[in-house]
Design a protein around this ligand. Sequence first.
Ligand code: COA
Length: 181
Amino acid sequence: MIYEAKKILLKNGKTVVLRSPSEDDWQAMIDYITCLASETPYILREPDECDDTEQSERAFIRRYNESRLECMIAVFDGDKVVGNCNLSIKNRNKVRHRAVLAIGLRKSHYRLGIGTTLITELSIIARSVGCTQFELEYVDGNYRAKGLYEKCGFVEVGRMPRGVRFEDGTYADEVLMVKPL
Ligand SMILES: CC(C)(COP(=O)(O)OP(=O)(O)OC[C@H]1O[C@@H](n2cnc3c(N)ncnc32)[C@H](O)[C@@H]1OP(=O)(O)O)[C@@H](O)C(=O)NCCC(=O)NCCS
């Protein structure tokens, strides 16, 4: 799915552009995900797992843009990608009402309202294709994510105990949240 460009005003008075990345944004997307993986322990990828190539990143972007069931929105501050979110709708008829979201931002752009805006935009898309339920997972201890999701109306419905193992051998639960659309 393609998300058409939209300019949004942030809490600091600056603007960013939300749009589906094009294949030509492959380098900016790799730079972004590499930065994200080094800035937060709360996404699954570690920095040494950011080994995308031009070819693999172009294919990844193309997959989202051509899909009926998936959508990616990237956040552009000038030419730089500073955030992104993905929507994935389940494929079979019995579960086609369920949309799963994932979201991330560079630290430089935390707390400016971007997370809230991205969830609002994804909700509109999910509803427009008939989804009635929004789902996500976050890693226990990620208080920023918990705060954002609770503010947007998600509630905890379950946990995968020790769902994540960090490099130092400690574990954290994966928390499952749901919101009606
Ligand atoms: C989690 C994340 C997406 C939040 O996005 P954000 O743009 O900073 O969120 P917003 O500015 O829209 O804030 C929305 C609400 O979240 C809560 N929140 C955000 N940061 C918070 C913090 N540091 N402490 C407490 N609550 C916080 C607040 O309720 C806030 O509302 P308010 O600003 O009106 O008080 C961002 O911190 C991020 O990308 N983190 C790294 C990647 C990550 O953890 N992704 C989630 C994986 S599940």
